[in-house]
Write a protein that binds this ligand. Structure first.
Ligand code: ADP
Length: 258
């Protein structure tokens, strides 16, 4: 798989505070198309906030966020943040999906319907086309025999795999994964990570991941960003960052999680 050094996702001078708590401090970085980038760092260092901004769930106080040359947020007049129009945001946002720590499946819908709901009702895909693609994706995540099950009949690992199939069903340009195995027992977490490894190998969707599963991060990432107190303190290949971290804070963080 090839990656570009292009600037597919860009954060430029992004700042976010909650009250007096400065969560992101003049943050700038970019991610190339097809690149898989893992965000690591201590709890509270702003990693999830970054993913939530791309989902337009959290709004920056200042700065510019772009996806493929289109802006989600941008600054035009002095310091005042001028968001893009609602229609524009919807268009950019529709190309980004996120899988959450708690799977958030629709409990009253069968597995296949969970996966086809957005393609049919948001993208307007014909039902048979959406179902064919949904089945393919459920096969891909190892759940081809669970199409008619309800989420409550599945293990946590299986539910999370449905959530991954659902996220892929809209053919996203960007897939965001936020601690997708943190709520799972190790064995179920391993199933989910195996599926994600396969997806990483077989698709070229751009991925931003927040995870504490360091071996997984090492296997699937092209780049790892180490966050501390709202800033990136190290940006390196997984080999470099895990084998020869430069920053003392990275070293102590890795000692605490590996
Ligand atoms: P991480 O993912 O690195 O653990 P987060 O991005 O979740 O960090 O959170 C960064 C900081 O922002 C934390 O101190 C958290 O408590 C705070 N925070 C996040 N969301 C909110 C919110 N909606 N209101 C107040 N504080 C928040």
């Amino acid at each position: 798989m090839t990656t570009t050094n292009g600037e597919f996702i860009t954060f430029d001078g992004v700042h976010k505070s909650f009250g007096k708590n400065v969560v992101l401090d003049d943050l700038s970085f970019s991610v190339g198309e097809g690149e898989r980038v893992t965000l690591i760092g201590p709890s509270g260092s702003g990693k999830t906030t970054i993913l939530r901004m791309l989902m337009t769930l959290t709004r920056p106080d200042r700065g510019t966020i772009g996806v493929d040359g289109d802006y989600l947020y941008h600054e035009k007049r002095g310091d005042q943040l001028v968001p893009a129009s609602d229609g524009h945001i919807r268009k950019v946002r529709s190309r980004i999906t996120m899988v959450f720590q708690h799977f958030n499946l629709f409990p009253n819908m069968k597995v296949l319907r969970n996966v086809t709901e957005a393609p049919i009702h948001v993208l307007g895909k014909p039902k048979d086309e959406a179902e064919a693609r949904g089945k393919e994706l459920l096969e891909l995540v190892g759940l081809g025999d669970k199409l008619d099950a309800h989420p409550s009949q599945l293990s946590g690992g299986q539910q999370q795999r449905v959530a991954i199939a659902r996220a892929l069903a809209v053919d996203p340009d960007v897939l965001l994964l936020d601690e997708v195995t943190s709520a799972l027992d190790p064995e179920l977490a391993a199933e989910v990570l195996d599926v994600l490894r396969d997806i990483a190998k077989t698709t070229d969707v751009t991925m931003l991941l927040v995870t504490h599963a360091m071996k997984f991060a090492r296997d699937v990432s092209h780049r790892v960003l180490m966050f501390n107190e709202g800033r990136i303190i190290e940006d390196a290949s997984p080999e470099q960052l895990f084998n020869e971290p430069e920053h003392e804070r990275t070293k102590s963080f890795l000692r605490s999680v590996i």
